[in-house]
Write a protein of this length. Structure first.
Ligand code: C5P
Length: 403
């Protein structure tokens, strides 16, 4: 599958570094050549000798090594690769990528490259959840970097959660997707909604919700990576616009619906936005004054359009695959089934958003994919991984062929 492909594998630090040896072996078995950069931290977990032995090439270790620079500059290292893979990608390496630092050979090669980059993050569960890591990751993903994993499991440090390196065969799958038939949705058009909507009360105040937009942005990125011409219609979020995605920023539900209509026709529509159910009937054009003794103003709310239902029931030009999300706090699957029918969509991705789950605004999700064909429950996954799997399922639905 990978005959003739040249991989530059950057091995970061961390106990999971030993799995990179298996990644090298599997990549070479697929016919790829693998050249490795071993970071300082990585070299504490695996030896240059074992990396060289398995890759069949010399190992590059230090930006400031005169021999390395003389024999193979960092620019050539990335130029002579078809794909850069970072496994394990540590929190530190992701942070340095986000900042565009060039303080060792690995970071410099990543900064100097214009080739696709695939990260396989691995770190302690709390480091993974730290907002700094998630923000850094969002920044590098927005620049077009792909990810595989991390997955849930027990860790070397004795804790349990998301943060384990994806298994080597899954990393190799992701490499194959990035390099070969990586565009199963080429020629398709996709529409994704994300984030909250913001319904104005007056020029200063508004009604909104806690949706972060993370899941929708991850889906838009994954669809674009799979080759779909993707429009993301998003309410206000703090996430950068994903690379290669036509991002349309809106505030109110009515504007979101108008932007969705403008993005049609589409083959695939995924509605992840947490659209406000109600808006204020008549928005005041001036700030509503607090008047002593007058009491609080009475807000009259009216229902917002149901964007998903509107588009799923279009008599003409309905996208052939319409996917809704259902955020529930109880009886998740039963409610999802009802919603599937009521909203006239093809699949519902249902998740439990009870506050204890931390899904809203969090970085991971346990979802159930409900369709007429039945239902599937996925393990707890990082939102990027949910996106990757969902897009794989979409690609299977379309038979991976050209439209
Ligand atoms: O009815 P409920 O809000 O639970 O439905 C959730 C699904 O419907 C999500 O896919 C959401 O994006 C979509 N939705 C919408 N417009 C609304 C309300 C929900 O597109 N006004």
């Amino acid at each position: 599958m990978l005959a003739g492909k040249r991989i530059l594998l950057i091995i970061g630090g961390g106990i999971a570094a030993y799995k990179s040896l298996e990644v090298i072996r599997l990549l070479r078995r697929q016919g790829a050549s693998v050249r490795c950069i071993l970071t300082e931290a990585g070299s504490r977990f695996v030896t240059p000798l074992s990396v060289a032995g398995l890759s069949g090439e010399r190992v590059y270790e230090d930006l400031f090594s005169l021999t390395d620079e003389a024999e193979m500059g960092h620019i050539r290292l990335s130029r002579e690769a078809d794909l850069l893979v970072v496994a394990p990608a540590t929190a530190n390496l992701i942070a340095r990528m986000a900042q565009g630092r060039a303080d060792d050979l690995a970071a410099t090669a990543l900064l100097a490259t214009d080739k696709p980059v695939l990260l396989a993050p691995a770190m302690n569960v709390r480091m993974w959840h730290h907002p700094a890591t998630q923000e850094n990751l969002a920044r590098v993903i927005a620049r077009g970097t792909r990810t595989v994993g991390p997955v849930e499991g027990s860790m070397a440090c004795g804790e349990y959660g998301i943060g384990r390196l994806a298994e080597p065969p899954d990393i190799v799958e992701a490499v194959i997707a990035a390099l070969t038939s990586g565009k199963p949705l080429a020629g398709r058009r996709a529409l994704v909604t994300a984030g909250p909507t913001l319904e104005a009360i007056d020029p200063i105040r508004f009604i909104s919700n806690r949706s972060s937009g993370k899941q929708g942005y991850a889906i838009a990125s994954a669809l674009a990576e799979a080759g779909a011409a993707t429009t993301l219609v998003t309410g206000p979020t703090s996430i950068p616009a994903p690379a290669g995605v036509n991002t349309v920023r809106v505030e109110a539900a009515a504007d979101m619906l108008a932007a969705c209509n403008s993005a049609l026709p589409a083959d695939i529509a995924v509605f992840t936005a947490a659209v406000a159910d109600w808006r204020v009937d008549s928005t005041s054009s001036e700030k509503i004054k607090k008047q002593d003794g007058a009491g609080p103003p009475q807000l009259h709310l009216v229902e917002n359009p149901d964007i998903l239902r509107t588009i799923a029931t279009l008599p003409k030009g309905r996208p052939s695959l319409v996917i809704g999300f259902a955020a529930e706090t109880q009886d998740v699957i039963a409610h999802a089934r009802t919603k599937l029918a009521r909203k006239a969509c093809d699949w519902i991705v249902a998740n439990d958003v009870a506050p204890a789950t931390g899904v809203l605004g969090g970085d991971e999700n346990t979802v159930h994919v409900v369709s007429a064909a039945g239902e599937e429950t996925w393990p707890k996954l990082a939102k990027q991984e949910v996106a990757r799997r969902l897009v794989e399922r979409v690609a299977r639905h379309f038979g991976r062929g050209q439209p």
